[in-house]
Design a protein around this ligand. Structure first.
Ligand code: SAH
Length: 245
């Protein structure tokens, strides 16, 4: 038996107008999704009978983390959060780089703002049938970001007029991700990464990858790079389970 209360109860009964007897999906945010039937609706909670339990339904076989520079435009940054969640990214790391305009100091990003970001991620999660809620890191500085160690592959996306780094197109690079279990992506702010930052990332084991000769907006680059990599890992057997019911 599971009890739905609080905001989710409101959503279930007042917004989605579910009734006793109807089937719903419940998720615990850590990988499990349950098919459940509503058996009783009270004043502030609903009792549900669990019918089936699935593990990691709606999740990719690869752990994709995105370091997204904080953008001047709140809307564009929030767009990136929502879309990265839908795509299947596991961790989102807001980064403060040299050319980030809002601030250089993680402490300047208010807890209210981070709370708002969490809500956007949670609702995108529900909308997209994900079993795991992507982890939203506290904003960190670029130096701290590049030294994150747990990822097998690390990629910094960079476009610049000058061919000064040994860049490779994602199209060619992606083959090297076969069988990789975790990958960290870095996407710069409106003004891009500085050469110094790209050099630093290389020092820390990042590969420099290009998405082509068009200059994409930061949130577009974020969604395209994570999206293309996610598609590369979609396994037919696993993903088809999601749509069976
Ligand atoms: N450096 C640019 C614009 C940066 S675009 C300038 O000021 O002229 C913002 C971010 O999106 C970049 O830092 C990079 O991470 C990513 N990006 C945009 N277009 C890209 C491309 N064609 N290839 C790789 N990364 C790209």
């Amino acid at each position: 038996m599971a009890l739905v209360n609080g905001e989710e109860f409101h959503h279930l009964v007042r917004v989605s107008r579910k009734r006793v007897g109807e089937l719903i999906y419940l998720f615990d945010g850590t990988g499990k999704i349950y098919t459940a039937r509503i058996v009783k609706i009270g004043g502030d909670s609903a009792e549900c009978e669990i019918i089936e339990e699935n593990f990691m339904r709606g999740e990719l076989d690869v752990e994709i983390a995105v370091g997204q520079a904080i953008l001047k435009s709140h809307e564009r940054f929030e767009f990136a959060l929502e879309k990265l969640t839908e795509i299947g990214v596991r961790q989102i790391i807001p980064i403060l780089t040299e050319r980030v305009i809002v601030s250089k100091n993680p402490k300047d990003i208010s807890p209210n703002k981070i709370e708002r970001w969490r809500k956007i991620i949670l609702s995108a999660c529900k909308q997209s049938n994900r079993a795991i809620i992507p982890e939203l890191f506290e904003p960190i500085k670029f130096d701290e970001f590049v030294s994150l160690e747990k990822y097998e592959k690390k990629i910094i996306f960079h476009e610049s007029e000058v061919e000064n780094f040994n860049r490779i197109f994602l199209h060619d690079y992606i083959k090297s991700l076969r069988n990789v279990k975790s990958v960290l992506l870095a996407i710069g702010p409106e003004g891009g990464f500085s050469d110094g930052e790209v050099e630093k990332a290389i020092e820390f084991g990042f590969d420099v990858v290009s998405l082509g000769c068009r200059r994409l907006r930061s949130e577009t680059a974020s969604v395209v790079s994570a999206g293309v990599i996610a598609q590369f890992f979609i396994s037919e057997t696993k993903d088809s389970q999601v749509w069976k019911k």
